[in-house]
Design a protein around this ligand. Structure first.
Ligand SMILES: [Fe+2]
Length: 305
């Protein structure tokens, strides 16, 4: 909607303002527009940079707050201090040898993509120990208890993805530390649907493929694994949903208007809504896609061009 008038400082407008009323014919900014005008930008983060910074955090994080040993990928737009895209946040996290992170739960949904670690680096979800091995996706849907530990001599690294910015918008945020304190007791180690190895989900072979994993498990987040052989390319249209990509193996080149970044294992790319983009594979590549698509589908706001 075009603005044709501006408040002129007359007593009329001053009086409206004192009544917390705003004239619809002289808004300071439009409230509707013809098509999405995303404020968030395509952006890239490099695992190598984050890993160095996480390693240097060794003495900076109090021993009882090791669940916060993470580096949040803040989209570089004015005024933003947290979100990676409109509704999701991603963070690099590590768990150092001997770390034990307190079990807690929250109304925000979370998941992890493991980048580096070996058996003995584990997360505990609702009492079940799940070892964290590279290439695995681990789910902690809303209100599931979760904490983690590292009993190995090597630091483990992963990427967290959460819908915290969306839950903040709704103001339906709840958080609770486990009543036992510390890391919750392990009551099981068996197979769990909360652990999804990417290699198994994609199956054998190296053909181009996109599979959705954990469909419907988290009401706000959709997860896809995209495999492209060397030389492959996938083109994605403008959509109302927002995506965050992370490279699981190989290399991937992300292209959008004014954006051209080649990403390696553990690197992350934010692709906000309404950005047509392409993913090319300069070598065999697997890319993990985390999107807020279910929010738009459920609310009747999903559109593409
Ligand atoms: Fe958490």
């Amino acid at each position: 909607m075009l603005l044709t008038m501006k408040p002129d400082g007359s007593p009329y407008y001053a009086n409206l303002s004192a009544l917390n009323l705003s004239p619809g014919w002289a808004r300071p900014e439009p409230s509707m527009w013809a098509a999405p005008q995303p404020k968030f930008k395509p952006a890239v983060w490099r695992f190598a940079d984050a890993r160095k910074a996480l390693d240097a955090s060794h003495n900076m994080v109090p021993a009882d707050q090791t669940e916060r040993r993470n580096l949040i990928m803040v989209n570089p737009i004015e005024g933003n201090t947290y979100a990676t895209t409109r509704h999701l946040v991603a963070a690099y996290q590590c768990v150092m040898p001997g770390d034990k992170a307190r079990t807690h739960r929250h109304s925000a949904a979370a998941l992890r993509l493991v980048l580096h670690g070996k058996t003995g680096v584990y997360t505990v979800v609702n009492g079940t120990r799940i070892d964290m091995l590279p290439g695995e996706v681990l789910l902690t849907p809303a209100w599931c208890w979760h904490g983690h530990a590292n009993e190995t001599g090597e630091t483990g690294y992963w990427i967290d993805f959460l819908d915290i910015p969306f839950v903040q918008l709704t103001e339906a945020m709840f958080f609770e530390p486990h009543p036992q304190g510390g890391l919750e007791a392990i009551t099981g180690t068996g197979p769990t649907p909360m652990r999804i190895p990417s290699r198994e989900a994609l199956g054998p072979g190296g053909d181009a493929k996109s599979v959705e994993i954990a469909k419907g498990v988290m009401p706000t987040i959709a997860l896809h694994l995209i495999r492209q052989p060397k030389g492959g390319r996938v083109a994605l249209p403008k959509v109302t949903a927002n995506a965050i990509y992370a490279v699981v193996s190989g290399k991937a080149r992300f292209l959008a208007e004014g954006f051209d970044e080649t990403a390696g294992v553990g690197d992350v790319v934010a692709m906000p809504c309404w950005h047509a983009h392409a993913i090319e594979a300069p070598e065999d590549a697997v890319v993990f896609k985390v999107s807020d698509d279910p929010i738009f589908e459920k609310l009747g706001l999903a559109r593409s061009v």
